[in-house]
Design a binder for this molecule. Structure first.
Ligand code: EPZ
Length: 425
């Protein structure tokens, strides 16, 4: 038997106060991998303290970089050259984003050996678009015993790539590989997420020549050399959206600090469709509506700037408590409704039909023992548990620790009764 961490939450309490959004996990991870490209010293600020960041540090260290945490959210990364060009399965299996090391190592050395990322709970998540993009840049690869062995015999060259779908990771990986290619690369149908803009902002500060970040056509003019720099990571829009849902659930008694409105339009438009009133001054957001004033809506997850798939689960917790019938359509991942049976155990009324879920709003949720299946599902269950009277245990919160910094501590400050416990499994 081993003890696995869980949160025990006594819900139904009033929560009041302020909660601050930390730096973006999904911007930090590609930027960490981009430090593989050039030798020198990088300073990265506003990096969130998360399990996934620890995994990224483990990976960079295994490749020969030195990573120092010089204060709570600031890291100094020293690249004196890579001691190996192999990203081991042992580390890559922990976090799919480790595969983003491939673009960095290729730009640094023109060859690499990277473990294929495993699938994960929300779908098989192949990397075919990444590999097709690298081939266009002159990379030859073979897959052997779960590793991609790749070489650009004559160095990386610019090329024209049209992505079958706007994959975030493929866009990021190809951009990194193309920064020092010989010639110009054009990526069409590129992902438009703010994290890609942040990566390109960082790379351009290093001397890269990238245009069009944030649009579906990105042009990268290869350069001979870049220079490490300092960079402050953008705030985490998915954590912000999760905290905004938390505030709505508690009738706006919680101010959310560190919200970047520009990154949340696809989410905010849907909240406005529910009739939500709110005000944003600077980066602080205050909810002005009560939960019972809101109307049901239909939500369809889309690539940015549409409604983010990473906010689908927390949104479903909210819609479970909105009188009337709402629909949620998940178009990005094949299997991202695993929080539904867990929410139904807590009294929600959600029916799944393929990639759609129909939600009949209920007056209240009930405490029950539930299990997190991925980090966003875990967050959704924590939100539900905070509303459900009685004691709920959310199991496998290691998922949540991957993407939410000190969630239990922050909730305790708002008045929540939440304890991190060990459960024998
Ligand atoms: C990024 O994952 C995010 N992760 C995910 O956030 C996010 O859900 C996802 O983008 C979509 O927005 C990071 O940024 C570290 P994709 P990524 O490539 O890059 C398919 C979280 O909660 N696909 O845009 O892996 C894939 O199977 C995480 O923080 C291919 O078919 O997402 C998926 O169905 C979860 N072939 C869809 O595209 C490929 O080569 C979107 O994947 C690549 C992707």
């Amino acid at each position: 038997m081993i003890g696995v961490e869980a949160f025990r939450i006594i819900g139904g309490r009033k929560l009041v106060g302020e909660i601050k959004v930390d730096g973006s996990k999904n911007s930090s991870l590609p930027i960490f991998m981009a430090t593989l490209i050039e030798k020198g010293v990088y300073i990265l600020k506003n990096v969130p303290n998360l399990r996934d960041i620890k995994t990224a540090i483990e990976l960079l260290t295994s490749l020969g970089l030195r990573v120092e945490n010089i204060n709570e959210h600031t890291y100094r990364i020293t690249n004196s050259g890579l001691t190996t060009l192999t990203a081991e399965y042992e580390i890559v299996k922990k976090m799919r984003a480790s595969f983003l090391a491939m673009g960095g190592i290729l730009a640094h050395a023109g060859k690499c050996k990277v473990s294929l990322p495993g699938g994960c709970n929300i779908g098989p998540r192949p990397v075919d678009l990444h590999l097709k993009g690298f081939e266009t840049l002159g990379v030859k690869y073979k897959i052997d015993h779960g590793y991609v062995e790749a070489t650009a015999k004559h160095g990386l060259r610019g090329g024209n790539i049209i992505l079958d779908m706007p994959s975030v990771g493929a866009t990021e990986n190809i951009i990194m590989a193309a920064t020092k290619a010989n010639g110009t690369t054009i990526i069409e149908n590129a992902a438009r997420e703010p994290e890609i803009e942040d990566l390109c902002h960082f790379l351009n500060k290093m001397g890269a020549k990238i245009q069009g970040a944030g649009t579906s056509k990105i042009t990268i003019e290869g350069v001979k050399k870049m220079t490490p720099c300092e960079h402050t990571i953008i705030s985490d829009r998915v954590v912000a959206a999760t905290y905004i849902v938390l505030s709505i659930l508690f009738d706006g008694d919680i101010i959310v600090k560190g919200v970047d409105k520009e990154h949340l339009n696809g989410f905010l438009i849907k909240l406005e469709e529910m009739g939500l009133k709110y005000e944003i001054s600077g980066n602080n957001m205050r909810i002005l509506s009560n939960l019972n004033e809101l109307s049901p809506i239909n939500v369809k997850t889309m690539p940015h700037p549409g409604f983010p798939t990473d906010v689908q689960a927390p949104m479903m917790t909210l819609l479970s408590l909105i009188k009337g019938i709402s629909e949620v359509n998940e178009t990005i991942f094949e299997n991202r409704f695993m929080h539904v049976p867990e929410l139904n155990r807590m009294g929600a009324k959600i029916d799944i039909n393929g990639d759609s879920a129909t939600i009949i709003g209920v007056k209240e949720l009930y405490s029950a023992d539930v299990m997190a299946s991925d980090l966003r599902a875990g967050a959704a269950l924590i939100l539900a548990a905070l509303k459900a009277k009685g004691s709920t245990v959310v199991n496998r919160i290691y998922h949540v620790d991957r993407g939410y910094e000190a969630f239990d501590k922050k909730l305790k400050k708002l008045g929540a009764d939440i304890e991190r416990i060990k459960v024998e499994i």
